[in-house]
Design a protein. Structure first.
Length: 256
């Protein structure tokens, strides 16, 4: 069984559309403006309250992720449509985890303030288990029934969206379990007053790593390679998350 390749009667070759010198220059200017705006906005808000940064930049960050759509546009409008469908589908998987995170931050914050270290660890452990279970179910659905999920967005007998989207859903879903770990532990950072750690994790996952990797993989000329930028970005984010958690655990939790 070939998990990440869908065979069809007519094999289609996807190639990147040529980009002229003006197009490359325009994209470089756009990327520079995005980076400058991100850094300046983060600095301005961080002078007040790190938690405010995270709340106020949520829409900003989700807007920047659409820059991936500009990269995919070189492969045609269908690739951008696949990206849009993925974000609609993944919201059903991530939404329960974000809800769990919102409830967890109050529990962790209360027990941390009460200097109940054991309860902080227990609450974090239970939340990690449930978050991983939810993400695992989402991963299984994306791996086993991607055609069924994508068929909800098909128009008529057109199969182009499904043919391209099957690989995208299967590849990106490999990052779900990593996301469960990152989201849950970043909640701990907010609960103990280290909101900037959560901010940098979000920036790493959705901007700093994702956009450059997606751009580099697009240079291969294969649209399927671009989808691997999501697991790669999530892997870097989790690695950063674990390093920051070790620091918080050593300097803050173990001293309770």
């Amino acid at each position: 069984m070939k998990l990440f390749h869908k065979e069809s009667k007519q094999k289609k070759e996807t190639r990147s559309l040529p980009m002229g010198r003006k197009g490359r220059s325009a994209f470089a200017v756009y990327a520079a403006l995005v980076l400058m705006l991100c850094c300046c906005t983060t600095t301005a808000f961080a002078a007040s309250d790190p938690l405010t940064v995270i709340n106020n930049l949520s829409d900003f960050i989700f807007g920047l992720i659409r820059a991936v759509g500009m990269i995919l546009l070189g492969f045609g409008a269908m690739a951008v449509n696949v990206l849009g469908v993925y974000f609609k589908l993944q919201s059903f998987v991530f939404m329960p985890v974000f809800g769990l995170s919102n409830g967890l931050v109050a529990i962790l914050g209360y027990n941390y303030g009460a200097r109940m270290r054991a309860r902080v660890y227990d609450a974090l452990k239970v939340a990690l288990i449930w978050a991983c279970v939810i993400m695992l179910l989402g991963t299984i659905a994306f791996l086993l029934i991607p055609e069924t999920l994508l068929s909800l967005f098909e128009a008529g007998n057109a199969r182009d969206l499904t043919d391209m989207g099957v690989v995208a859903l299967r590849v990106i879903s490999l990052s779900f379990l990593l996301a469960a770990v990152g989201i849950t532990i970043s909640t701990l950072f907010q609960a103990v007053g280290k909101g900037m750690y959560s901010l940098w994790m979000s920036l790493c996952r959705q901007i700093i790593v994702l956009l450059p990797v997606a751009w580099l993989l697009s240079k291969t000329g294969n649209v399927d390679a671009v989808w691997w930028s999501f697991p790669i970005a999530e892997l870097f984010s989790v690695a950063l998350c674990l390093l920051l958690y070790r620091r918080v655990d050593r300097n803050m939790l173990q001293k309770l």
